[in-house]
Design a protein around this ligand. Structure first.
Ligand code: PLP
Length: 372
């Protein structure tokens, strides 16, 4: 059998992630691999750390990039911070809140669920009631930007409640980071994770994570060992500490981290506020066009994510046939519905480098063609 080199057709990625990768990020990926303890690489890692702190708007010394996808960022928070018997208030308004619950259960924690309907944000009032009813809770966990529905929750208000009730907040920022306002220090977030493949427009497979001093203290005061060797941050800290000699923990994904460096450098050059404004402007343009096509949004305007536009599939339209036609005729990927919205909605992403006018226009024109 002769196997040919793999040459994927370039696509425009306007689904729920991965998003279009910036060409400069792809170029960075192809630079020569050097050792992960090479002084040049170590110096680059210091810049990655500083740029990740910028993206999260934090000065947390514990800010790292986990060598694995967003789900590993999620697990990093739960396996390190939650101990057997710890009570965690988990907000569930889509797929990823449920994934948080499963993480809590697997580490032996007790999950107290606050449920909201798919397509709505996490209810601040319900969370406040849950915190009052559970004075022994240790954590509040929620998803800032629920990718399965396109709903944005009020992270600032939720973290203020967590502080008031002296519980640590664990925040999923996989889809929110650099697409909408997010201020880790100002909002008092204790543990946060994201993914490389959404609004950062980097290659998939990396997870930026940051812990506040309170979260680090909780980790250091653990009575039981962290139940994962790879994700145990007490072991990883030596590599990312940025002071003195770096010690080997695992072989870092060297080239992916070059890509991350470039993606974060591009974000810094654009400026976070400008990136947030660009996502908003592109969303407004897309929204006007989708409404002209007669498509209705799943989420109310007030809590709609600019970077993830979930719209109902019109009656009588074949979901899979439309997505296949977009891919085959226009090399355009949009996302299917997930969980409760499977077969009922499409998810159109405007994430990072994909949040550009040419993409909006392509998407609207292609949809008009395929739907008519
Ligand atoms: N959390 C949210 C909100 C997500 O959207 C995703 C991925 O889509 C994840 C977690 C998991 O990230 P990954 O697929 O990179 O493991």
């Amino acid at each position: 059998m002769t196997v040919q080199p793999f040459n994927p057709t370039p696509r425009t990625l306007m689904g729920p992630g991965p998003s279009d990768v910036h060409p400069q990020v792809l170029q960075a990926l192809g630079k020569p691999t050097i050792g992960h303890l090479d002084p040049q690489f170590v110096a680059m890692m210091d810049e990655v750390k500083a740029l990740t702190q910028y993206a999260f708007q934090t000065e947390n010394p514990f800010t790292i990039v986990v060598s694995a996808p967003g789900s590993a960022g999620m697990e990093t928070c739960f396996v390190n911070l939650v101990e057997p018997g710890d009570k965690v208030i988990v907000c569930r308004n889509g797929v990823f809140g449920e994934r948080m619950r499963q993480n809590v259960v697997r580490v032996g924690g007790e999950a107290v669920m606050v449920d909201d309907a798919w397509g709505t944000p996490v209810s601040v009032e319900k969370v406040e009631a849950a915190l009052k009813a559970n004075p022994d809770a240790k954590f509040l966990a929620f998803v800032h930007a629920e990718t399965s529905t396109g709903a944005l929750s009020d992270a600032k208000a939720l973290c203020a409640l967590a502080q008031q009730h002296e519980v640590l907040s664990i925040v999923d920022a996989v889809t929110s980071l650099s697409g909408v306002e997010l201020k880790v220090d100002e909002w008092g977030i204790d543990a946060i994770y994201s993914g490389s493949q959404k609004c950062l427009s980097c290659v998939p497979g990396l997870a930026p994570v940051s812990f506040s001093a309170k979260a680090v203290a909780k980790l250091e005061a653990r009575q039981t060992p962290v139940p994962s060797w790879f994700l145990d941050q007490t072991l990883v800290m030596g590599y990312w500490s940025g002071t003195g000699k770096r010690s080997y923990h695992h072989t870092a994904p060297v080239n992916s981290l070059y890509a991350m460096h470039e993606a974060l450098r591009l974000l810094k050059a654009e400026g976070l506020e400008n990136a947030w404004a660009r996502h908003r402007a592109m969303h407004e343009q897309l929204k006007s066009g989708l409404e002209l096509l007669g498509l209705d949004f799943v989420v109310d305007e007030a809590s709609r994510l600019p970077q993830l536009n979930a719209v109902y599939i019109p009656q009588g339209v074949d979901d899979a046939a439309v997505r296949s036609a977009l891919l085959e005729r226009f090399n355009l990927e949009i996302g299917a519905g997930l969980g409760d919205l499977a077969g009922k909605a499409w998810r159109i992403g405007l994430m990072g480098h994909a949040a550009r006018e040419e993409n909006v226009l392509l998407c609207l024109a292609a949809l008009r063609e395929v739907l008519n």
